[in-house]
Ligand binder design. Structure first.
Ligand code: FMN
Length: 214
């Protein structure tokens, strides 16, 4: 059974999706091929991946959905024949901590697999991942262990382990003390520091409440 991993981030090798991929394939005895959507001509890549039994997308959440480069590529994919028994799965990571934020993208991936006549392996969701690239070994230890194990089990069974997938989804929704802390941080403006910095650097901070599509 052949598998190809597609990195769906516009940042390619320098993004967090790549860190997820490297951990996932570390768990495998024979790591599978990885391609970078942002580096490829979409039609050529779509033709190339057609031959693989399974496509695994590892991608970030951008604006409650997927990056434009990945969307453009997905539009080039052709359905396989039902008799070919092909599959596809998704590993989706993003900044928002709550897994419920990712449910629309998850739903879309399920429908997409159906449309492309590929068995849906599911969507592994991991929030709170925007800072993975700068976290210490101690902070990433548990996540990386789960991703390696996910890769190891995938290689053996061609499925995403249910237990690991469910555990990575935590927290599904912020409640209690964590929610109170988050609300407090929002009020003080602390939560916006990371977002405000690039806006200020680019001289557009005063436009941060603009709604250009309305
Ligand atoms: C333009 C942009 C939009 C984003 N939108 C979301 C979002 O809607 N939800 C979310 O959870 N994270 C969002 N994020 C955070 C990214 O998902 C997160 O930083 C991720 O780890 C980036 O992965 P990458 O480095 O592989 O691109 C956004 C980041 C950027 C740059």
């Amino acid at each position: 059974m052949s598998t190809i991993i597609l990195n769906g981030s516009p940042k390619g090798k320098s993004g967090n999706s790549e860190i997820f991929i490297q951990q996932f394939i570390k768990g495998m005895k024979t790591p599978c091929e990885v391609k970078y959507i942002c580096k490829e001509e979409p039609r050529t890549l779509a033709e190339y991946v057609r031959g693989f039994d399974t496509i695994i997308f590892v991608l970030p959440m951008y604006i409650h959905s997927m990056p434009g480069v990945t969307m453009r590529f997905i539009e080039c994919l052709e359905p396989s024949e039902p008799s070919e028994n092909k599959s596809m799965g998704f590993i989706l990571q993003g900044g928002f901590p709550e897994a419920t934020q990712y449910k629309y993208a998850e739903k879309y991936f399920g429908s997409l697999s159906e449309e492309l006549n590929r068995n849906y392996l599911g969507t592994v969701i991991k929030g709170n991942s925007a800072t993975v690239y700068m976290m210490s070994n101690f902070m990433t230890r548990k996540l990386f262990r789960s991703l390696r194990r996910l890769g190891e089990i995938y290689e053996k069974t061609h499925t995403f382990d249910k237990g690991i997938t469910e555990a990575l989804k935590e927290p599904r929704e912020l409640t209690g003390f964590t929610l109170k802390m988050m609300k407090f941080a929002t009020k003080t403006g602390l939560i916006n520091v990371m977002w405000d910095k690039p806006l200020k650097q680019n001289g557009v901070f005063d436009k941060n409440l603009d709604r250009p599509f309305i």
